[in-house]
Ligand binder design. Sequence first.
Ligand code: SF4
Length: 445
Amino acid sequence: MQRTIKYGVHRQGHLVEQGKLTALGDGLTPLSLARQRMLETGQLSPAQFVGRRVAIGCVALEITQRCNLDCTACYLSEHSQSVKDLPLEEIFRRIDMIRDCYGSDVDIQVTGGDPTLRKVEELVAIVARIRRLGMRPALFTNGIRASRELLARLVDAGLIDVAFHVDMTQRRRGYSSEIELNELRRAYIERARGLPLAVYFNTTIFDGNIDQIPAVVAFFARHSDIVRLASFQPQADTGRGVADARSATLTTAAVIRRIEAGLGTQVTFDTAHVGHERCNRYGMTLVTNGRAYDALDNKALYNALLTRTARQRFDRQRPHRAIAAFLRCLARNPDIVIRAAGWFGRKLWRMKRDLIAARGRVYKLSFVIHNFMDACHLDPERIRACVFMAATADGPVSMCLHNAHRDASILRPVRLRKADGDWFWNPLSGRLTRGEPPVTLSKSG
Ligand code: SF4
């Protein structure tokens, strides 16, 4: 039986949002649950993506705790390197659990540690399972073992995105600055070129590299034919990393300034809302002839488009279908078309010289600033509004919370339900025992 709950959101005395949450049977739908979380934490607005279009931002599926680098800002724990890789059946159970929690319109980050340290056949099976359930698998890797051959195999299995983590916190031999690391980024881009993959780059920001971020951003703009998204994460005091606590000057505003300096233009980072405003900022640009133009500078138009297209699913793998679906939405909303045409016409006029030079080629390049919390300063409101979850044995948990208590999760014996009864997998020995769970070292951060 379906029931509805009406709600209204007021800001400074004005009604900015009203609608209804849909409950099916005994429980709310994933989307309406997400909407409710945004409502309860004061994050529901006409610009909020989560709860309106998707039930969650993304879910991290850690398929190994091992890594072949030792970053100064690493979120893993001191014990991670000793933990064996989770049995494949447990990984599969967690994938199913993600689908049960959020439906199939979900991005899953296949990550670790570095996921490429897992046996190739297992990695392929994991990606294939995610895709078979209708979700979108992304490989999150430092790239060391992500060869062209591996990427091609994973694409065949259903991989949609690859995110390369490259920055100076990794202390890679032979690189003394972010600018030098652009050569490595270029090599990774070439590995992915021609494959049907969206390429992302992750960059941890700390005092030692923040002033080099404009050069990195300019590099991404020059390679926007391949790079779709650049994510910047100010370092957080969590995990085994040895970096000092974040300085007071390492703020979201400071990162935005560096991005804008690299692009040579203003970028609007408060039009699209994804989860809590103190966690995530999103900006989108259109790049032509190497020059970036702000794509989200019309908030009213964005809000209207989001509202009218909220329930439409766009297939990122098939751009033509996505565009056709978008056009069908517009056809049902002629008033939006008129507003959008005016904005678009002015934008094209400003871009005209670069468009001509680039023979009409335009690329979308997005920027995310993800502001992880320090383990000892977790804000309960942000945890409640979290849109970046980690898949644990008990279900999805806020990534910040997971990082702060990682040992409690990764050192715990894992129950495997088999046809002949319950078995327990020991994360330190990798051995299976029947009946009672084995005792392992457990420590919460
Ligand atoms: S992981 Fe942390 S910073 Fe990211 S959305 Fe969740 S609570 Fe916010």
